[in-house]
Design a protein around this ligand. Structure first.
Ligand code: AFP
Length: 287
């Protein structure tokens, strides 16, 4: 099947997923199960329900070979004749739902080995005041879609400016390394605004929509490899930020699109932003 056709079918499936998960968020029980996922996080009934919604929708696509989910211990084969592997976090930031904050779904489509170089497309869904979806391939800019009535409409493409005004600084501050703390405080002294909700999807969407800034989630002593997962959080957003004319690196200042995870649940430190802010990270981290 021609790749462009496959990606269009996939995008239409994720639009259906977005509508189904939004209904679940607004109508389902928020309770916790007495189980936890492979990352050791307690599972909300909604986490498992969202995972099932995506699995069911993708199993209808003959070219999706398998899926990797934050909520599953191992890879799940869907179609033996398929080609692509989809890695996703079905409901990222789900612990924020009881505070009625925005949450999201993150997904990446891989062709071949599960590593940064093999990702061919990625995107995310934001369950906020409006239901929005962003999708990108390795060509062109990320495309923003919004649910208007009962259909998703194309709104615009996303491009980051050379520099921005937002500073989205994650991880446990008391464990920040001195050079990281200095970088974050310098940006605030230069007038950057703090924008951090604890939801990776709305926090990164915010920077993309406002045209620039820095999102940082460094490694700390309580998360020695960082907190965010490579295959279904970090690498998908790295493709989006690079296609939006930004950059995405780890604390060794390697491109996140060059990550090669050993395990499907491996994590990484991560910095996403416009070019000026990522250059500031390089200087602060001595590269
Ligand atoms: P939950 O899915 O447990 O709510 O965690 C959300 C998340 O994985 C990601 O969406 C945020 O960027 C990050 O964790 C926030 O972590 P902190 O709570 O340490 O700031």
């Amino acid at each position: 099947m021609e790749r462009r056709y496959s990606m269009n079918r996939f995008l239409e499936a994720m639009k259906r997923v977005a509508i189904e998960i939004e209904i679940a968020i607004k109508s389902e029980d928020l309770g916790y199960l007495d189980s936890s996922n492979s990352s050791g996080e307690e599972q909300l009934k909604l986490d498992v329900k969202s995972d099932k919604i995506i699995e069911d929708e993708l199993s209808k696509l003959s070219d999706i070979k398998a899926v990797v989910s934050e909520e599953k211990d191992s890879i799940l084969e869907l179609n033996g004749q398929g080609r692509y592997i989809v890695c996703y976090d079905p409901l990222d930031g789900s612990s924020l739902i009881d505070a009625n904050l925005s949450v999201g779904t993150i997904f990446g489509i891989y062709d071949g080995e599960l590593r940064g170089e093999s990702i061919i497309a990625s995107g995310y869904i934001v369950y906020g005041p409006r239901l929005e979806l962003v999708f990108t391939t390795r060509e062109g800019r990320p495309q923003l879609y919004r649910l208007i009535g009962d259909e998703f409409k194309y709104i615009k493409s996303l491009t980051l400016n050379e520099r921005g005004k937002l500073n989205s600084s994650g991880a446990t501050q008391r464990y920040w390394k001195p050079h990281h703390k200095r970088l974050i405080e310098e940006l605030f002294q230069e007038g950057y605004r703090l924008r951090y909700s604890g939801g990776m999807v709305p926090d990164l969407h915010h920077i993309l929509i406002k045209g620039g800034g820095l999102f940082s989630y460094p490694a700390t002593s309580d998360n020695i490899n960082g907190k965010l997962r490579q295959l279904f959080e970090v690498i998908p957003f790295a493709l989006i930020f690079e296609r939006a004319n930004g950059e995405a690196i780890d604390e060794n200042c390697y491109r996140l699109l060059e990550l090669t995870p050993e395990d499907i649940h491996d994590r990484s430190s991560c910095f996403f932003g416009s070019k000026y802010e990522i250059d500031r990270v390089r200087v602060a981290y001595g590269r």
